[in-house]
Design a binder for this molecule. Structure first.
Ligand code: FES
Ligand code: FE2
Length: 336
């Protein structure tokens, strides 16, 4: 008799894929005050995130170029520099060593290149982001679409954060997996969305009508528009219009090859009236928890946490464009 794979497998055995290249959300911007230093477990290793006194954030490798002390353990910000706890060498946010307090002459090599590996960093939509490429290649695309998506006067509301034993590719695949929206999330029918792929962008548009209770308490057929932009593995911008406008910025950050942080951050116009505020609350509830027949992301968690990755899945004609999505996603895996 054929043997069956033992279960459960350790998460790393369930996937076996490298960390994809992309822009990734590290933390909300207001969690890092000037002068703050934090050690983050990210991309399968440790990185030190700090904000200099002028307000610029940087992410550098943790071990000092001098004798290897950990900059996140006792390192302090001094003006524009992160100073090592051991002999106080000072690094800027680009990873250059700019000061050795006891050196009579700085080693010339320090002028030519960063002494520490540093990640490109950008702040957008209330978050601190870093570009990850295993060999340190420069960004292939920008976060401008994210900046443009969030009007300055919209209100921000923090949503849930989940650390899941899964990979970024699997979380993104959910949005092209139409049937699971019925069986996991309680939607009445498989939505008929069209996806387009262009470079790092995958976009799905849904334009339909839904029966929704209106301001008068009666059921109405209401316009419902959904626009999902996925920029690489780490960012999904979900814009919904249903009496109100709501943005859900979904960020997907690989902590290691089999543990991924999923975070929702919502933005909406500053509605003053009770009806629109209630509509916002309902749309958010549908995405994060349970509202009536609808189950939000919490229903996905036990599936992601325990499934394996089928590189060659057996699909049927009612499935969504899983293979098309995977062919698009392949571009984010670094070439070995
Ligand atoms: S080990 Fe960092 S300054 Fe010496
Ligand atoms: Fe889902």
């Amino acid at each position: 008799m054929a043997s069956i794979a033992p279960s459960p497998l350790a998460p790393a055995q369930r996937y076996g894929l490298p960390i994809p290249v992309g822009w990734y959300h590290l933390c909300p911007a207001d969690e890092l005050a000037p002068g703050a230093v934090r050690t983050l477990t990210l991309f399968g290793g440790q990185w030190v995130l700090f904000r200099d006194q002028a307000g610029t954030a940087g992410v550098v490798e943790p071990y000092c170029r001098h004798l290897g002390a950990h900059l996140g353990v006792g390192g302090v910000v001094d003006g524009a520099l992160l100073r090592c706890p051991f002999h106080k060498w000072g690094y800027d946010t680009a990873g250059f060593c700019r000061d050795i307090p006891y050196a009579r002459k700085m080693p010339p090599v320090l002028e030519r290149a960063p002494a520490l590996r540093a990640l490109p960093v950008r702040e957008a939509a209330g978050g601190i982001w870093a570009w990850y490429h295993p060999a340190g290649a420069a960004p292939d695309w920008s976060l401008d679409a994210l900046v443009e998506a969030v009007p300055a006067d919209w209100r921000q509301r923090a949503g849930p954060v989940h650390d899941i034993h899964t990979i970024a590719q699997e979380i993104g695949e959910n949005s092209v997996d139409g049937p699971h929206l019925v069986y996991v999330h309680g939607q009445p029918v498989v939505p008929n969305g069209q996806s387009q792929y262009a470079g790092p962008l995958r976009q799905t548009l849904i334009n339909t009508q839904l029966p929704i209770e209106g301001e008068d308490g009666q059921m109405h057929s209401c316009d419902y528009r959904l626009n999902l932009q996925q920029w690489g593995p780490g960012l999904q911008i979900l814009r919904q219009e249903r009496y109100v406008s709501l943005l859900n910025i979904m960020t997907i950050t690989p902590l290691d090859t089999a543990l991924t942080r999923l975070r929702f951050t919502f933005f909406h116009p500053p509605y003053e009236d009770g009806f629109r505020q209630r509509m916002i609350d309902e749309l958010i509830e549908e995405q994060v928890g349970q509202r009536g027949d609808y189950a939000g992301v919490e229903a996905d968690l036990p599936i992601w946490d325990n499934k394996i990755y089928r590189a060659q899945p057996l699909l049927c004609d009612g499935d969504g464009p899983i293979l098309q999505y995977r062919a698009w996603f392949r571009q984010f895996y670094p070439v070995a």
